[in-house]
Design a protein around this ligand. Structure first.
Ligand code: ARG
Length: 565
């Protein structure tokens, strides 16, 4: 249920009754409990327009407001705010509905869209590094979220599997034969060795160059080797996806090479439209107000990253029929996407009504504020980072003798990976982000462990209670009231987060929810002796809905919960 629109409707009706033309002004969540649950501040904006005192307008709206089912108390405050309180009986009923629904009462989009989410996109020549972490998990979260809200999501993994460096890698693979496949286990090392050979051995370098030409002209033997190489590299990525609990499969791969046959067509169409210009032998598109053109074909005939992206845009809009195409890529590629989107629209590769967006994210930094590197200055392999997360998570729970060592291992994976993902998703995605093990693996603060702990704690209440819940939700005090409102806000939060493609709105919400629940639980004991039965049932139900909401929220972020912690 979209709580906010229910409150907005109350305001809208009041305007109608008062005979005042209403512009879409919206209520906002009250910032303090004494301001009610929601606040309407439109009277101030209207006062200029109507030439009346804002308090007078607010009074008029209030006089015309039906205080019944949804909102049962409203007050004018300050210069002309209207503070609104939600009817606790209605809150209780809506929470009941949410508990007994798989989707927690959250409806599916009434206008579902076909959305392409382009994310992860690792380069096959090298091992995945930390830079790919953010794209992979932000993209996956966005895809989960849109799917949950009812959109038809097409995940696209635009892997970099084409380019001159593959000539070198294939030549090296062939030189090493069987051995090559073995050393491919460590792609980083394989790349270094191949490069070493390339720089030191002129024969090898020549062979590598020949291979480039051969792969590009479709030589079967070379293509075979190339395919083999990509297959193994992709296997590395899939290992990472598995560890990360990310929903990307082989079916989602539309590699750069997938577009090879469409590239000449891209040039042709641009030429036909008259937007192609030659500059220093290269084929370029000059955009208004920009000095540096978009190069789409080099003088030697080679195509570029932008050419492939134009072909991909055509495919996504026309073949896949997407209405929204979202690229979850490092902010540093902002210029590239701005240009490519403009060219694609100008050339009619993508219909006008298709929304193209670059979901940009900042760089991962170390504690000192420098880009994240290994101690010797190399790039951090993603797989090493994830393994370290699990080891560190194990440290935090190793003293619990209630678990078998196998359970500890399982738990460490869930906690460690959850911590890395949550810490990343919890910051404003466009900011650079400081990687800090201690902070992310803390039981306190806005961390996944805090959420997982709260979830497990609620489960333990139910284990102790160990019986069926028979009763209704009764909102009997302020904290219960606030908790119920918070729980019902979930759908608003999800839909805003989907619109803005910002997972941190979900984490912020979860943090507020859990903090509020912990306070509620402290002040309102559930199973303690002396708690009346009907109150106990009601509180159990609120706890249950809280747990379900945490689980659903974390599920969208691709983070698991545990029953015991
Ligand atoms: N392979 C690219 C990189 O690592 C990311 C690909 C992003 N997607 C795209 N359609 N350009 O930087």
């Amino acid at each position: 249920m979209k709580l906010k629109s229910q409150i907005n409707n109350v305001i809208k009706d009041a305007f109608k009754n008062a005979g005042i033309e209403y512009e879409p002004m919206s209520v906002s969540e009250a910032t303090k409990p004494e301001f009610g649950d929601y606040q309407f501040n439109g009277a101030m904006a209207l006062s200029k327009k109507l030439g009346k005192n804002p308090r007078e307008i607010a009074q008029n709206i209030l006089d015309n407001m039906e205080l019944t089912k949804v909102v049962n108390k409203a007050q004018i405050a300050g210069p002309g705010f209207i503070n609104l309180w939600i009817n606790p009986d209605w809150l209780a009923l809506e929470c009941e509905k949410a508990i007994s629904d798989d989707r927690l009462g959250i409806s599916k989009n009434d206008k579902p869209q076909k959305v392409v989410v382009d994310y992860s996109g690792p380069n096959m020549a090298k091992q995945m590094h930390v830079g790919h972490l953010r794209s992979t998990i932000i993209g996956d979260t966005l895809s989960n979220l849109l799917t949950f809200l009812g959109d038809e999501v097409i995940r696209q993994n635009h892997i970099g599997d084409w380019g001159t460096q593959f000539g070198m890698l294939i030549a090296y693979l062939e030189m090493k034969d069987e051995d090559g496949l073995v050393s491919l286990k460590d792609l980083e090392q394989f790349y270094k060795d191949a490069k070493g050979e390339f720089d030191a051995n002129a024969d090898f370098a020549n062979r590598a160059r020949e291979y480039v030409v051969k792969i590009q002209s479709g030589d079967e033997h070379c293509l075979e080797l190339w395919k083999n190489f990509i297959d193994i590299s992709l296997g590395h990525c899939e290992e990472v996806y598995g560890k990360l609990n990310v929903n990307l499969t082989r079916d989602d791969v539309r590699a750069e090479s997938f577009y090879n046959d469409s590239l000449s067509k891209v040039i042709e169409v641009l030429d036909d439209k008259g937007i192609l210009k030659e500059s220093n032998g290269a084929k370029c598109v000059f955009l208004d107000g920009e000095e540096i053109p978009v190069i789409v074909q080099k003088g030697d005939g080679g195509y570029l990253y932008a050419t492939t992206d134009l072909a991909a845009l055509w495919y996504r809009a026309n073949e896949l029929g997407a209405k929204r195409i979202s690229y979850v890529v490092d902010a540093r590629q902002g210029g590239h996407f701005k240009q490519v989107f403009k060219v694609a629209k100008d050339a009619g590769f993508v219909p006008e009504d298709v929304k193209l967006e670059h979901i940009a994210f900042g760089t991962m930094m170390d504690k000192g504020g420098k880009p994240f590197k290994t101690r010797d200055g190399g790039t951090v392999k993603l797989i090493d980072l994830l393994d370290e997360a699990v080891i560190k998570a194990k440290e935090t729970i190793k003293n619990r003798d209630e678990y078998t060592s196998q359970q500890i291992d399982e738990l460490a994976k869930i906690i460690g990976i959850g911590a890395v993902k949550y810490a990343d998703l919890a910051i404003n995605r466009e900011s650079n982000y400081i990687f800090n093990w201690d902070k992310m693996l803390s039981f306190e603060g806005n961390t996944s462990l805090y959420m997982q702990y709260a979830y497990a704690r609620i489960q333990s209440i139910f284990r102790k209670y160990n019986s069926t819940i028979d009763g209704k939700i009764i909102i009997s005090d302020e904290l219960e009231h606030r908790l119920a409102v918070m729980l019902l806000r979930f759908e608003d939060v999800l839909s805003r987060s989907a619109e803005d493609a910002s997972p941190n709105q979900i984490t912020t919400y979860l943090y507020e929810l859990v903090t509020l629940f912990m306070r509620f639980y402290e002040q309102n004991p559930i199973l303690k002796d002396g708690v009346k039965d009907d109150i106990k049932m009601s509180r159990l139900k609120l706890a249950d809905l809280t747990a379900k909401t945490i689980k659903q929220g974390l599920d969208i972020l691709g983070i698991k919960v545990v029953d015991k912690l």
